[in-house]
Design a protein around this ligand. Structure first.
Ligand SMILES: Cc1ncc(COP(=O)(O)O)c(C=O)c1O
Length: 435
């Protein structure tokens, strides 16, 4: 009875979806917005969300666990921990590495973490939040990533970790930087939030560092509204990270479970009385960064479409790259040598002698409903939040400044069609011939 009512409701949900989203709407140049990014959601996604709601999967449980193991398989890591955002996954990665359980490997207040100056704030914030010192290096224009040489130059006896994002899907030279990290006894954390599916030397990004992170905010390759994940193939680190994610607790029972270790009342950790309930024993100074089954249900249904999403992003990027090639005044993006990016966006820098500025191009594009974005913060060290914070800057940040002043990006996400891209290319051509 309940099963057939559920099946009927879900069938109605699909009917509702088809009525609400009757199919592709015609593209009207100059009127239909061409977004920089957005969620691409279909009837399966709607059904997955409603099914989880019908089952009242309001906390983290079986669907989250299934999503974690599925994502680990797809991204070729042994363990995934679902979190409530990509920023939380970054915080979790770095906080876990401060655990006293890691002995000499542990990050301690005042230790340095090398990162890049131009990017998203929450790649850097966990460094400061954990009392560590960010060491900022510059990036290259064209790839918008740093180099192994710049990272090596920034190393000091206090350097204990490297935490860098693959910029807009374009891998940083991660094999070389992983090798450098190993040689200097440093942890490498890859912020893979914008690069799911990218490869470097034929190997997926996110598989080189001790930890990597993913975001499921709607702009990203997969979405669950809000959400993120931490990945690792180090089982001990995964267990430690799970504790940090789940309030810092010592117990590893899933929610609703009671005595997986069969020692619930048989331990006496710390100075607690004998037999103190293991469910409430805390071995790390943790957080609660968990997500819910509702979010994971959407994540699972999105995951099935990941190969198509990645292909569409690559196809859209190629069409733009070919169509804009040779236009004066614009520096077009280049994949990092040896990489095959799963692009997040199409990034462009206006050359200093172009005769026009970023505000000129952006105003032209936005007037045509072609949405533009900045490379997030640009040079982070110029923002009020970071002025006066502990930090070390190595070399000049000339290119990070150039990005702040002369760089923007446009969309390649799977909601953009070939027809839209032709219009974007035509708009750029018209702009450069009239300016
Ligand atoms: C490189 C990078 N890292 C982290 C994040 C944060 O992800 P979230 O919005 O899920 O917290 C973003 C967000 O876009 C990002 O671009």
């Amino acid at each position: 009875m309940v099963d057939s009512a559920r099946a009927r409701l879900l069938e109605q949900v699909r009917g509702y979806h088809d009525a609400q989203v009757p199919g592709p709407t015609p593209f009207i140049p100059g009127q239909t917005p061409i977004l920089s990014s957005g969620a691409v959601l279909d009837a399966d996604d709607r059904e997955a969300l409603v099914a989880a709601a019908l089952d009242m999967r309001i906390a983290s449980g079986g669907i989250a666990a299934k999503f974690e193991s599925s994502l680990a398989k797809v991204l070729k890591r042994r363990k995934t921990l679902l979190t409530n955002s990509g920023s939380s996954a970054n915080l979790l990665a770095l906080s876990t590495l401060t655990s006293p359980e890691l002995g000499d490997e542990r990050l301690k207040p005042g230790d340095e973490v090398i990162t890049v100056a131009a990017g998203f704030p929450t790649t850097v914030n966990p460094i400061l939040q954990n009392g560590l010192v960010p060491v900022f290096v510059d990036i290259e224009l064209g790839t918008y990533n740093t180099t192994a040489e710049r990272v090596e130059e920034a190393m000091s006896p206090r350097t204990r970790a490297i935490m860098i994002a693959h910029t807009l899907g374009n891998p940083f030279p991660v094999a070389e930087i992983a090798e450098l990290a190993a040689r200097h006894g440093c942890h490498l954390i890859e912020d893979n939030c914008d690069a799911v599916g990218s490869t470097y030397g034929g190997r997926l990004t996110g598989t080189f560092g001790r930890f990597s992170t993913v975001s499921f905010y709607p702009a990203h390759h997969l979405t669950m509204g809000e959400g993120g994940a931490l990945l690792t193939s180090d089982i001990k680190l995964a267990q430690l990270a799970k504790s940090f994610r789940d309030w810092g607790r010592d117990c590893w029972c899933e929610p609703g479970e009671d005595d997986r270790c069969l020692k619930r009342f048989g331990l006496s950790p710390g100075t607690l009385p004998d037999g103190y309930d293991h469910k409430y024993v805390f071995s790390q100074v943790g957080y609660n960064l968990k997500s819910t089954d509702l979010q994971a249900a959407l994540g699972l249904s999105q995951l099935a479409k990941l190969p198509d999403f990645i292909e569409a992003r690559r196809r859209n990027w190629r069409q733009l790259r070919e169509g804009l090639d040779g236009l004066p005044g614009l520096l077009l993006p280049e994949p990092t040598p040896g990489s095959d990016p799963s692009w997040f966006g199409f990034i462009i820098t206006v050359l200093p002698d172009a005769g026009f500025t970023v505000p000129d191009v952006v105003a032209w594009l936005e007037a045509r409903k072609i949405r533009t974005r900045r490379l997030f913060a640009g040079n982070l060290t110029r923002h009020p939040a970071y002025i006066g914070q502990p930090q070390r800057i190595v070399g000049s940040l000339t290119n990070s400044d150039a990005v702040t002043e002369r760089t923007f990006w446009i969309g390649v996400y799977p909601g953009i069609t070939a027809e839209m891209i032709e219009y974007v290319i035509g708009s750029f051509k018209e702009f450069v011939t009239t300016h």
